[in-house]
Ligand binder design. Structure first.
Ligand code: CU
Length: 295
């Protein structure tokens, strides 16, 4: 037997405490998301819970994985630190070189991780099935990425629109524009024409591209899908009926010089408002076509 002595220099503990304090005080600096004024600091480090069944499921799976990792981390690092501190050579510990194999321990440390992995695979499989089930959609929208913007076509309605970076962001992003990005609301996260969708409606997206690979990503919907030229990817979302609002995303695939300048904005409105909007757009598009053919 030996007696453990805690002879670690206080400077090391002070250093660790200072690092933790610095991380804690720096966190409010991350509260820069204008869309989420209520959320601040640590909340922004996490995934958003979002406003669709997919995003909630993704969040749940993510939190299960996080807490499993935290528990394993505490356990493993706890044992490791305890061994390092209390069984170090300088305090008189002697390594047991006779212990090289223990079948019981090996069975335990194989079985437990397998059970943990199976436990995590079940909700993950449920999430994958949910994400891929785009059947029984109530509205289909064709999404086409291009350098650098998005084209949306409401299938079967004759309505389509091009959505590009808003003029204010564009002007401020010019070299030597003299315009402070901080003076532009939703700088680089705003568009001229948002994608308008009804809440409480299952919407299927048919996603493609015309030049290079882009990716349609809206975190609050839990969706990120590659837009690949010559290939149609499918995805879906249904915004909760009680969560109308403006949701922002970005192209998530490096697609060239303007990659950071092709945001996504989705305006989720009530079903009645959507029908009225669709009617207006269809009429405007019909009038434009008539004008073009008569001139
Ligand atoms: Cu892109």
């Amino acid at each position: 037997m030996y007696r453990a002595r805690l002879g670690i220099r206080p400077g090391i503990w002070l250093g660790i405490a200072a690092l933790l304090a610095a991380a804690w005080t720096a966190s409010p600096a991350m509260a820069l998301d204008a869309d989420n004024p209520g959320s601040s600091g640590w909340r922004l480090l996490n995934l958003p819970v979002g406003v669709t069944s997919i995003s909630r499921d993704v969040y749940r799976i993510h939190m299960i994985g996080l807490w499993v990792c935290v528990a394993i981390g505490i356990l493993v690092f706890g044992v490791m630190i305890w061994s390092i501190v209390f069984h170090r050579q300088s305090s008189g510990a002697v390594a047991d070189v006779t212990l090289v194999h223990n079948t019981k321990v090996e069975i335990i440390w194989t079985t437990i991780p397998v059970l943990i992995l199976i436990g995590m695979a079940i909700p993950a499989a449920h999430g994958l099935v949910l994400i891929s089930d785009d059947s029984h959609s109530q509205l289909d929208i064709k999404v086409t990425g291009f350098q650098w913007g998005w084209h949306y076509e409401y299938v079967g309605t004759g309505v389509s629109l091009v959505s590009k970076l808003d003029a204010k962001s564009m002007a401020a992003s010019e070299l030597d524009s003299g315009i402070s990005p901080y003076s532009v609301p939703h700088y680089l996260r705003n568009v001229d024409h948002p994608l308008v969708v009804p809440v409480g409606t299952k919407i299927r997206l048919l996603i493609g591209a015309v030049d290079v690979i882009h990716s349609w990503w809206v975190p609050d919907f839990g969706i990120k899908k590659d837009a690949i030229p010559g290939y149609i990817n499918q995805s879906w979302f249904e915004v909760d009926a009680d969560k109308p609002g403006v949701y922002r995303g970005q192209c998530a695939e490096l697609c060239g010089r303007g990659h950071g300048y092709m945001p996504i904005v989705v305006d989720a409105v009530s079903k009645a408002d959507f029908q009225a909007w669709l009617k207006r757009e269809a009429a405007a598009e019909k009038a434009a076509t008539a004008r073009a053919s008569s001139s």
